[in-house]
Design a protein around this ligand. Structure first.
Ligand code: ADP
Ligand code: MG
Length: 252
C-alpha cells in the first residue's frame, strides 16, 4: 500500500486586498504519496506557489486541514510551524537564495546546524552530498557569486537536503537557468527521488515536469487533472513525452 504523506481536506486560501477577496485555492482534497516525485502544473497565477507554501507549512491556509506526517499544520502556531518545517521540509526556490557572504560549504552547514549540533558529522554529510550533486572539493570554499547558475542551484538542493527532509519542495527550481544548467539540476532531483526522496515540485515547463511520476494540474483554484506517469527513465522518454503532451492539451 502506498503511504500517504500529505493529505489536505477542504484546503482553502483566500487573499484579501482593498476589500476584494481572491479565492486562490478552493476546497482542495489532495493526497500525496511518500516516495513520489509530484509535479504541480498550471498557468501563471493559477495558485501553484500558494499551494506549495500551504502544504509545506510556509503559509497558513484560510480554511481546511493539512495532515503532514501525522500533524495538522492548520492547527500549529507560527513557532510550531517553523520547527516543523525545519525538521520535515527542504526548500528549493527559483531565486536560490544562497547567502552571498558565506562559502558554499558554510551555506550548507548554516542550514544543517539549525537541526544537528554535531558539526563534525554535518561537515562529513555536507561534503558527501556536495560530491553527490557534482560540486567538488575545489568549489567548497567558493562564494555563491563565483558559481554558475546550475552549480548554485545544486548547492541549494544540498542545503535543502542536509536535514533529511521528509519532502523536498521545489518552486520552479530551473526557472532562471539555461537548458544545460536545468538538466544538471533535474538530473540531481531525479537521482535523489530514485534514492527514495519524496519531491513536490512546481513548474510550468513540460520538459521539467517530465521528471515527475505524478502531475497535478491546477486551474481556477481546483485540481482539474491528475496524471500518473511511470518513474523517469531516458528509455521511455518519447512515451512519457507523448502522454504528458496529451494530458496538457486536454488541460488547455
Ligand atoms: P503561480 O505560482 O501559479 O504563478 P501564485 O500562487 O503565486 O501563482 O498566485 C496565485 C494568485 O494569488 C495570484 O493572483 C497572486 O496575485 C495571488 N497571491 C499570491 N500570493 C499573494 C499574497 N501574499 N497576497 C495577495 N495575493 C497573493
Ligand atoms: Mg509561482
Amino acid at each position: 500500500m502506498p503511504n500517504i504523506i500529505i493529505k489536505t481536506e477542504k484546503l482553502c486560501k483566500t487573499f484579501s486586498s482593498g476589500g476584494i477577496q481572491q479565492h486562490v485555492l478552493k476546497n482542495l482534497d489532495i493526497s500525496l504519496i511518500e516516495g513520489d516525485f509530484t509535479v504541480i502544473m498550471g498557468s501563471s497565477g493559477s495558485g501553484k506557489s500558494t499551494l506549495l507554501y500551504a502544504i509545506s507549512g510556509m503559509d497558513k491556509p484560510t480554511l481546511g486541514e493539512i495532515n503532514f506526517a501525522d500533524r495538522n499544520l492548520a492547527k500549529l502556531n507560527n513557532d510550531q510551524l517553523a520547527v516543523f518545517r525545519r525538521n520535515n521540509c527542504g526548500f528549493v526556490f527559483q531565486q536560490i537564495y544562497l547567502l552571498d557572504n558565506m562559502s558554499v560549504l558554510d551555506n550548507v552547514l548554516a542550514s544543517g546546524l539549525l537541526v544537528n549540533k554535531n558539526k563534525r558529522e554535518l561537515v562529513q554529510k555536507a561534503k558527501k552530498l556536495l560530491m553527490q550533486v557534482g560540486i567538488n572539493e575545489n568549489a567548497w570554499s567558493k562564494f555563491p557569486t563565483q558559481l554558475s547558475g546550475g552549480e548554485a542551484q545544486r548547492v541549494g538542493i544540498v542545503r535543502a537536503l542536509i536535514n533529511n527532509p521528509r519532502i523536498l519542495f521545489a518552486d520552479e527550481p530551473t526557472g532562471a537557468l539555461n537548458s544545460a544548467a536545468s538538466d544538471s539540476v533535474l538530473d540531481v532531483l531525479t537521482n535523489e527521488n530514485q534514492n527514495g526522496q519524496s519531491i513536490v515540485m512546481v513548474t510550468h515547463d513540460m520538459k521539467t515536469a517530465l521528471r515527475g511520476n505524478r502531475i497535478l494540474y491546477l486551474r481556477d483554484g481546483v485540481i482539474c487533472g491528475d496524471l500518473q506517469l511511470s518513474a523517469f527513465s531516458e528509455k521511455e522518454y518519447a512515451e512519457r513525452h507523448e502522454k504528458l503532451g496529451t494530458f496538457l492539451a486536454e488541460m488547455g
